[in-house]
Design a protein around this ligand. Structure first.
Ligand SMILES: [Cu+2]
Length: 170
């Protein structure tokens, strides 16, 4: 049996530089990904004739922590981030003036009965199987603002599982 070499194999400096450059690119990519908020399972509830408001729902995951500051959509005159909570026996809904906190690495669910995107003053009915554009404005842990535009499918029921996974463009 050959003895284990006591010296590591010499690696030419040229290769080390290549490896270092590759590592730097990897780290940069990871930093960019850490800042982005991943949006999955987005959907908006279809409306019936004459209905002027609806809700949009999704799961938001921020690796580094962020805040959903505001939302907007060309189909709604007013779009807000809302929360629903019980006050005594009464379910109340209100706008989150400071936005919705997204703790690092935790998935925050926007769903019926909880946090949601409220779409008001609808300019057109939300038709089942269509989709609407939605702009999400996030502020990351360093206070840097970024916009994510997503296409939100209009449904009558929440989606099952993660078939509508979407990633921010930036
Ligand atoms: Cu609401």
């Amino acid at each position: 049996m050959k003895p284990f070499p006591s010296r590591p194999t010499a690696i030419p400096a040229r290769l080390w530089r290549k490896a270092a450059a590759a590592l730097a690119i990897t780290l940069l990519t990871q930093a960019a990904l850490a800042q982005a908020v991943v949006v999955t399972n987005a959907w908006a509830r279809a409306t019936v004739q004459g209905q002027m408001a609806s809700g949009a729902f999704m799961s938001l995951t921020s690796a580094g922590g962020a805040r959903l500051k505001s939302v907007s959509s060309p189909v709604a005159g007013v779009a807000q981030v809302h929360e629903m909570r019980m006050e005594g026996d009464v379910m109340k809904m209100q706008a989150l003036d400071k936005g919705l906190e997204l703790p690092a690495g935790k998935t925050v669910e926007l769903k019926p009965g909880g946090y949601h995107v409220m779409l008001m003053d609808l300019k057109l009915p939300l038709k089942k199987d269509s989709s609407i554009p939605l702009t999400l404005v996030f502020v990351d842990a360093k206070g840097v603002e970024s916009k994510t535009e997503i296409k939100v499918p209009v449904r009558t029921m929440p989606p099952m599982g993660g078939m509508n996974a979407m990633h921010p463009a930036n």
